[in-house]
Design a protein around this ligand. Sequence first.
Ligand code: AMP
Length: 481
Amino acid sequence: MIENQFSQFHLSDEIIETLTLLDYTTPTKIQEVVIPNALSGYDIIAKAQTGSGKTAAFGIPICEKIIWEENLPQALVLEPTRELAQQVKTELFHIGRKKRIKIPALFGGMPIDKQILSLKQKSHMIVGTPGRIMDHIRRGSLVLNQIQVVVIDEADLMFQMGFAEEVIEILKQLNSSRQIMLFSATMDDKIINSVLGFMQEPKYLLLPDAEETKGSITQSLFYVDPDKKFSAFMNLMIHYLPDNCMIFCATREMVNTLYQKLRREKVRCGMLHGEMEQRDRLKTIEAFRDGHFHTLVCTDVAARGIDFDSLTHVFQYDLPTNVETYVHRIGRTGRNGKSGVAISLAAPDESRLVTAIEQYTQESIPVMSLPSVTADQKNLFLKRQQEKPILKKRKGAVFQKSISNIAIGGGRKSKMRSGDIVGAICGIEGITPEDIGIIDVRDSLTYVEILNQKGDLVLKALEQKPIKGKIRKVSMSRKRN
Ligand code: AMP
């Protein structure tokens, strides 16, 4: 077997095994520099874009250091958006899978009482948005006494979104010996100065731009009259025949309108904007990632951070007014060394904005004439839309082979506790505490993960073994993490 190159960091077997399962065998550039420094306990200021592997760069050392037996959270990861909080939680959850690290995600738009209940159970690490985290701190539902490390992720976006005060307030609440890691796509003196006072001789880990994982992005610009915009856009879609694309619009209303129009043209697509219910937003992101549809119409809510694999094309139905947003949007494609295509539409009176973008990126964007499309191209495009989607394997699926989820009748309402479950399961012959994964006590049901392919054994035994004095209804569950 080829040795996993992460072994150079002297990580525990559990973490190395997990990384191998996830197919992380070679550290990315940012991981090479961050992991050893983070393991040594340094405060870190790192410049890293999404797609560079920065989540694992801080996630691996944090998971390595987590002490499972500790009941209070030991690490806090701050994210600017709810979607990012969910995504980062999932990535950290995968890295910590074999260590059975429990990571609630705390963000707005989701019921706070459920979050409070989940915080009452053992949590090793917290991922969340500053606003909701502050809310939990004020309510006393989140206790920070044991926090050893805090990550300020996507710091530039965090500050741009107005979370500076909350971030500083959270830092003030932590004990003085904690480690701080700050990650930002751009290095802004104002941001760094505002957290520098909390750090001790931080290590600056700034990779030269050329060393970042950059693929190549081919940009094109089409000037179109506003009243012919949609038909021009359809021609571009048919012409480019994207495998997987995002279409950026300026407003929520525009996203809605374009989504409806595309549906009418039988384009299989989804939409994402800030006015949607949080649950629907997360569902859309998952469905797009899983491959249920290949076209996502969105506002800039999805421009930063969210990791969508292999986007072949980015369309800007509307140009952004902010030049930096242009770069973030097109940067969704051409990642991990792959090439990508960025196509922008502009109204004839937007040429000054185009010049401003070109000045900012120091690259000229080739202006192209609209392609005409043939009936055959149209048919091919429509045929593609009707094909049954081939769903991608989720990253966590690699763990599912050896992990089962058992649902047990009885939960909070009947005062069921994790200890009752552990006690009963550990009493089964051939089972040790290491075979028990995450326990999730709900109102009238408890889910328990059984590791190491021992699910069937445990299920059989529990059918006849009382838990808290009673034989419980038990079944294999298909709950997905
Ligand atoms: P991030 O920059 O953290 O959003 O990560 C970008 C993508 O790279 C994510 O899908 C990660 O799961 C993946 N990734 C991170 N580190 C590695 C690695 N060492 N090898 C392969 N994939 C990785």
